[in-house]
Design a protein around this ligand. Structure first.
Ligand SMILES: CC(C)(COP(=O)(O)OP(=O)(O)OC[C@H]1O[C@@H](n2cnc3c(N)ncnc32)[C@H](O)[C@@H]1OP(=O)(O)O)[C@@H](O)C(=O)NCCC(=O)NCCS
Length: 363
């Protein structure tokens, strides 16, 4: 659809979705869902407006500013800048989406400029962005870009790559998005969990919780979450160590619950010291009951090599049918150079569904 008078302005977060501005917030949320559906051909990456509203709630750790592009009163584009507040203080994370009927008219470029202007105003000099492509693209050398890590590839000739390169971003890393079908993979997970447990031996035991980490583990769990920010391969991204404490854990748990979501966490304890040595997180939104998201998995460095990563992941997946009986698929994202984690995932039955380019602009 051709538009001549698109306006771009900040969308102030409404007091609730029923208050003034709520309808625009819902329109912007549904635009994100439409863009995901068009890209992936399914609704597996859907988040309700309420869930997106909760994610945008200001907190001590991150602030979000949203811009919308309007054609008259209709929201036809959105742009989001997330600003970390207690670590990574020179950095911000951005996202731009334009309604498929309004593309190739310069709206994406204008929305991006609004984000970059804002980043400059608040003194952020490192801008990161992530863009997705479903698997199955032509990966011949002329058609893809490869990051300096040499791991993975991303289409050279597509809208997001064009927008990123045009605005001075560099390709910093490729993540693989993988999906696992529970009915096919759980029988295998059972055997893998048993073998891994045997390898781990008597020194380790698993603990688990739903939605809220037990009070006596929360400080240790915060340390594991902080270690995720240093021990996972980050390619060329200038990612600094995050700062995690019990309050940050609780803020994330409360936000997930407010959005209607749930988590299932397994951690492994090193019995001789009584300390947690690793963890893995699954998240779930009942509004898309077939889909589970596999988030962090970490084993601390001095506990690696005992199959703890496999044991954690397989054990957590095995409990999915009893906790979320309607679940059918699990999605996860891993750096293409993260050979150990990818090997565990492939053994469990994850197969590639797509690729994510991590882009970075400095200065
Ligand atoms: C990426 C996206 C925001 C671009 O929006 P848009 O309004 O069509 O972009 P513009 O018209 O402003 O074009 C920006 C640049 O990209 C180029 N471009 C846009 N679509 C293109 C395509 N399909 N193929 C090649 N180049 C393309 C334009 O030519 C322009 O470059 P130029 O300034 O050198 O002329 C839009 O395609 C989209 O919403 N994609 C899905 C959401 C997404 O993945 N967002 C990225 C996450 S940050």
């Amino acid at each position: 659809m051709k538009t001549t008078a698109t306006t771009i302005e900040v969308l102030t977060r409404p007091a609730s979705l029923d208050h003034a501005g709520g309808a625009d917030f819902v329109a912007a949320a549904e635009l994100s869902n439409l863009v995901e559906r068009v890209l992936w051909g399914n609704d597996d990456h859907y988040y309700s407006p309420q869930a997106r509203y909760e994610s945008s709630q200001p907190n001590d750790y991150e602030e979000r500013v949203m811009f919308v592009a309007r054609d008259g009163v209709v929201v036809v584009g959105k742009a989001v800048i997330d600003i970390p507040l207690i670590d990574n203080l020179g950095t911000c994370y951005v996202f731009v989406a334009v309604h498929p009927d309004y593309r190739r008219q310069g709206i994406g470029a204008r929305l991006y400029r609004a984000l970059e202007d804002h980043a400059r105003e608040i003194g952020r000099t490192i801008i990161m962005a992530w863009t997705d492509e479903p698997a199955g693209f032509d990966a011949s050398p002329a058609n893809v870009m490869v990051p300096a890590t040499g791991a993975g590839a991303f289409p050279r000739h597509c809208a997001t790559t064009a927008l990123a390169l045009r605005n001075g971003f560099q390709l910093a890393q490729i993540d693989r998005c993988s999906v696992l079908l529970l009915d096919r993979s759980l029988p295998r997970a059972d055997a893998l969990a048993r073998t891994a447990q045997k390898t781990a031996g008597q020194d380790y035991e698993l603990v688990h919780w739903r939605d809220r980490c037990p009070e006596d583990l929360v400080e240790q769990y915060a340390l594991l979450r902080q270690t995720m920010s240093t021990d996972v391969p980050m390619g060329d991204l200038d990612w600094e160590e995050e700062v995690w404490d019990a309050a940050r854990i609780r803020e994330g748990e409360d936000r997930l619950l407010r959005s209607g979501g749930h988590s299932l966490v397994r951690a492994v304890r090193h019995c001789p010291t009584g300390l947690l040595a690793g963890h893995t997180i699954l998240e779930y939104q009942p509004e898309k009951p077939e889909v589970v998201s596999q988030d962090d998995t970490l084993v601390l460095r001095n506990h690696r090599g005992h199959r703890l990563g496999m044991w954690l992941k397989a054990a957590n997946l095995l409990s999915v049918p009893s906790v979320w009986p309607e679940a059918q698929r699990v999605y996860t994202w891993n750096a293409e150079e993260n050979a150990h984690m990818l090997a565990v995932n492939v053994e469990l039955g994850f197969v590639p569904a797509g690729y994510t380019a991590a882009w970075q602009k400095k200065g």
